[in-house]
Design a protein around this ligand. Structure first.
Ligand SMILES: [Ca+2]
Ligand SMILES: [Ca+2]
Ligand SMILES: [Ca+2]
Ligand SMILES: [Ca+2]
Length: 306
């Protein structure tokens, strides 16, 4: 798509960018995790480790990313029992990993990825070994890369997935429930789904799927059949595209205008996930559910907003 310029002129996406890059995890000596949520003018720190909601002075960590941070991912990437943080450094063509520990995150370790990473990093097990890896949109050369523990070192493997379009975001899921993480890639005006196999990744039938203005992807079980479904939101428009079980045919559900923040979770415990969408132009949160056979769509309760 053509309306998503990089960085300084990326005015329309600043709120989303702030919500992503301002979340910084750090660790207490006892191991409880806290999250700092900082906005451009009103930073605040919220304790999420003990549920008491205490606040204290904001803390931040330099990562060495250039020209500045865009996306991040968290997971125990070095498999030492402490959660780590990975950020992109587009100019230096690196993912920088801040390894967690009892004193908090250590200095960032640069991992060259061979392309410009941009912009939403993901987490999934794609290198092997049953541990989390960083999923990297190779924005500079239309690839998907990974960073993870390989032969005892954090590195980016030599393999990559060649895409037809330019990637913005990578999400892992396992809709075919074979125990291997498959990948959903938000590309310019498209979504591609990649099935993991013994020999690497292969495109799912029908992939890539055209989704004009594809901006956000979420995975979860919308219909309660046990298989992950994929929802894709557009920058322009009011319809979320749903791939049942991560495969076509694509179905479109009218949700709200510019539904660019998506999540799927079973809010009411009925076994089917609700689709939540942040409606950028109306400042509301939409909650939508689909029937088990996808024949009916219901919205509400919703309308959280001003
Ligand atoms: Ca770790
Ligand atoms: Ca799979
Ligand atoms: Ca499902
Ligand atoms: Ca539900």
């Amino acid at each position: 798509m053509t309306d998503r310029p990089l960085d300084s002129d990326w005015v329309g996406r600043k709120p989303l960018a702030w919500s992503l890059v301002s979340i910084v995890l750090f660790w207490l000596p006892g191991g409880a995790a806290r999250a700092q949520v900082a906005g451009p003018s009103t930073p605040a720190l919220y304790d999420v480790g003990n549920g008491r909601g205490r606040s204290r002075s904001p803390t931040s960590t330099a990562t060495g990313a250039r020209p500045h941070l865009h996306g991040l991912a968290t997971g125990d990437f070095d498999v030492d029992g402490w959660p780590d943080v990975a950020v992109d450094s587009s100019k230096t063509r690196e993912v920088r990993v801040l390894r967690g520990g009892p004193r908090g995150p250590a200095a960032a370790v640069p991992v060259p990825v061979g392309t410009m990473p941009y912009f939403r990093l993901g987490v999934g097990d794609v290198i092997g070994g049953k541990h989390p890896d960083v999923l990297v949109p190779g924005h500079g050369d239309n690839t998907v890369r990974a960073v993870g523990l390989e032969r005892g070192l954090l590195r980016s493997p030599t393999w990559n997935i060649a895409l037809q379009g330019q990637p913005w975001m990578v999400v892992a899921c396992d809709p075919n429930r074979d125990g291997r993480d498959d990948l959903v890639v938000v590309e310019s005006d498209a979504i591609s789904v990649w099935r993991a196999g013994a020999g690497g990744f292969a495109p799912a039938p029908g992939s890539p799927f055209a989704v004009r203005g594809a901006t956000e992807a979420a995975v979860g079980d919308l219909d309660g059949d046990g298989a992950a479904d994929v929802a894709i939101g557009p920058w322009d428009g009011d319809e979320v595209t749903v791939l049942r079980g991560g495969a076509g045919p694509a179905r479109r559900i009218r949700v709200c205008e510019r539904p660019i923040g998506l999540a799927i979770a079973d809010l009411d415990g009925d076994g089917r996930g609700e689709l939540m969408a942040t409606c950028a132009t109306t400042n509301r949160l939409a909650v939508t559910s689909v029937s088990a056979d996808h024949s009916r769509v219901a919205s509400g309760p919703q309308g959280v907003g001003e």
